[in-house]
Design a protein around this ligand. Sequence first.
Ligand code: 5GP
Length: 126
Amino acid sequence: MIYDRNNIFARILRGELPCKKVYEDEFALAFHDINPLAPVHVLVIPKGDYVSNVDFAASAPDAMVVGFWRAVGATARELELDPLGYRIVANHGPNGGQIVFHFHVHIFGGRQMSHRMGNMPRPNES
Ligand code: 5GP
């Protein structure tokens, strides 16, 4: 998939749309999700044109990959999630449920997460 420079997160990065910022450095921006699914739900996005983890992992410079993941950690620390823990999720493509095609990591915290990670139905459920 070709990166769309007008996706919502690209526009947030350019300052064209507002966000509730949590953390920012030269590699990444972190902000609260507009539709939180947990008491704390924050998105961390790299400052670069990457559709998903597939092209981020394949083509981002090493310093960007390291810087991005350090920013994820720094964001969780900023949110004071470290002591009790949190969940990180990255959706990729249609089966992953990705709806914004700028690579991002979700940080979920503030409550005990379900063990039904991935939200997949069990064999005896429809
Ligand atoms: P995805 O399913 O692509 O991994 O998740 C995209 C996330 O972006 C969703 O959780 C959605 O609520 C969030 N989102 C969509 N539009 C906006 C927006 O304009 N601002 C913010 N802060 N979050 C958004």
